[in-house]
Design a protein around this ligand. Structure first.
Ligand code: PRP
Length: 179
């Protein structure tokens, strides 16, 4: 385990089991459809790569870069689109892929935007859900694991852009971000 991590919350093996389970659910629910998976960069990258290999449908993938944390440990509430989609989602069934839902500022903002852009349906799949962090009411459609209110990193999640490469999700030691 990395020295800056106090506890592993979701192991590599559990992540793979989650990807299989959620991939199957999405496959079943979108059987007669060709959805578009939209990953919200940068945190979605490992999860998007893993879950997409368990979705047995004709689907395409696109990415958007969105940020509300601006490097710190708390959401600013100000959701910025740093890089927009390169295709239209008008009339499409969109599945947003996220690493975590915390305050829900990001997901609620993006869902409103996608509906405004004319998507037929917008659902979301998240690896992690931290319901105690909510600022806006929101329930994700597909959840990998509900976690407690701790600052977590790894498997795409960062602190100041570091730790995204860890193969598991772990709790960052408070001394790392309080110094
Ligand atoms: C993280 C994460 C989600 C969002 C969730 O992104 O990837 O997009 O925060 O938090 P919320 O529910 O409080 O809005 P971040 O803004 O840190 O950008 P990143 O993915 O590039 O790390």
């Amino acid at each position: 385990m990395h020295n800056d991590i106090s506890e592993i919350l979701v192991s590599e093996q559990e992540i793979q089991e989650i990807c299989q389970r959620l991939g199957k659910e999405v496959t079943k629910d979108y059987q007669d459809k060709s959805p578009i998976l939209v990953g919200l960069l940068k945190g979605c990258v490992p999860f998007m790569a893993d879950i997409s290999r368990h979705i047995d449908l004709k689907f395409d993938m696109a990415y958007m870069s969105v940020s509300s944390y601006h490097g710190g440990i708390a959401s600013s509430g100000d959701v910025k689109i740093k890089l927009d989609l390169d295709i239209s989602i008008k009339g499409r069934d969109v599945i947003i892929v996220e690493d975590i839902v915390d305050t829900a500022n990001t997901i609620v903002t993006i869902i409103e935007l996608f509906k405004h852009r004319g998507a037929s349906s917008v659902k979301m799949v998240t690896l992690l859900d931290k319901p105690e962090g909510r600022v806006r009411p929101y329930q994700p459609d597909y959840v990998g694991k509900v976690i407690p209110k701790a600052f977590v990193v790894g498997y795409g999640l960062d602190y100041n852009e570091y730790y995204r490469n860890l193969p598991y999700v772990g709790v960052l030691k408070p001394e790392v971000y309080s110094t």
